[in-house]
Design a protein around this ligand. Structure first.
Ligand code: MG
Ligand code: MG
Ligand code: MG
Length: 308
């Protein structure tokens, strides 16, 4: 394992992190770069499980810490605080990502592919095209799953024409009805009942840092916001604990309705009042309903970040 190049997405892996890592391994191998393997930095979520079960693919191996000098390829992230422990001392060969570049530094030159697309898999799809590598059915479904997950079936404002075009072409290769499949996949991820509140707030949480001000934006997808809000009190206790332990100034928990494309947020911490500046909504009972907001990357993060 250690003498292979490790390919992985961010902590609290989402479908893009897992599927794009698997696809990157396949693409590299098809291009003669055999010595690599996709791994993961955390538990596979239910949405991704749906994809892996559907394709009968084994979960990538879990990696906890990276050894000094380990060769790695980062997928779907670049910020070190979202990456593996020990990443500072790894040898980063390549990054394929669709996020802002922040808290990132290397001592050696590297390949860096950053595109402001809706999904890492869209970047990989274009790499297949550019290099004239054929896409298998399995690879098509992996990439389509990532795209539909990250863009919420192309409804998120992060969606670009590149994503639409990629999905259209992937549907032909996949040979299945991607709309039907995608909706089932997203729904599989909204089954939140058997999670503890601690799990809910960390399922898809991104740790962020603005000039030493630490904050977290966590997000869950649902088809029923009020169902999740039944646990508000319990959720708030878990969030408060997290704020204390990690010395956060703000914790935003977004409950996103994937069918109607809205989010209810719970915001806590000494900087919670910035939500008003960021979205023009006063917190009521620590909550605010944000019409049309579904994207952490394009909507929540930039508005919060500039007001923090
Ligand atoms: Mg991601
Ligand atoms: Mg992504
Ligand atoms: Mg996401």
């Amino acid at each position: 394992m250690e003498n292979k190049v490790l390919i992985f997405g961010h902590k609290n892996p989402d479908t893009d992190s897992i599927c794009s890592s698997l696809v990157k391994e396949k693409l590299n191998k098809k291009m003669g770069k055999e010595n690599c393997v996709a791994v993961r930095l955390g538990k596979i979520n239910k949405e991704t499980k749906y994809v892996l079960n559907y394709l009968k693919i084994k979960e990538p191996e879990l990696i906890e810490v990276i050894k000094e000098g380990q060769e790695v390829i980062l997928i779907d992230h670049n910020e070190f605080n979202q990456s593996a422990d020990g990443i500072e001392k790894a040898k980063i060969l390549e990054v394929v990502d669709h996020h802002r570049i922040s808290n990132f530094e290397t001592s050696e030159p590297l390949y860096y592919t950053a595109k402001p697309f809706g999904c890492t898999s869209t970047i990989l799809f274009e790499e297949y095209k550019k290099n004239e590598v054929q896409i298998s059915e399995e690879e098509a479904i992996l990439m389509a799953s990532s795209i539909m997950s990250d863009t919420l079936l192309l409804k998120s404002p992060t969606t670009t024409d590149h994503d639409k075009k990629a999905l259209e072409e992937l549907e032909k290769v996949a040979g299945i009805n991607l709309k039907e499949y995608g909706l089932e996949m997203l729904k599989a991820g909204t089954d939140l009942n058997d999670f503890t509140v601690e799990e809910l707030i960390s399922l898809d949480a991104k740790s962020l840092d603005k000039d030493g001000t630490k904050f977290i934006i966590a997000q869950v997808n649902t088809v029923n916001i009020s169902e999740v809000l039944k646990r508000q009190e319990e959720l708030e206790r878990a969030i408060e604990k997290e704020i204390k332990e990690k010395e956060l100034k703000l914790f935003v928990f977004a409950i996103t309705d994937i069918l109607n494309s809205n989010s209810e947020i719970i915001a806590l911490g000494e900087k919670a009042d910035i939500i008003e500046k960021a979205f023009g909504k006063k917190l009521d009972n620590n909550r605010a309903f944000l019409e049309g907001v579904v994207s952490r990357k394009k909507q929540l993060l930039p508005n919060i970040d500039k007001n923090i």
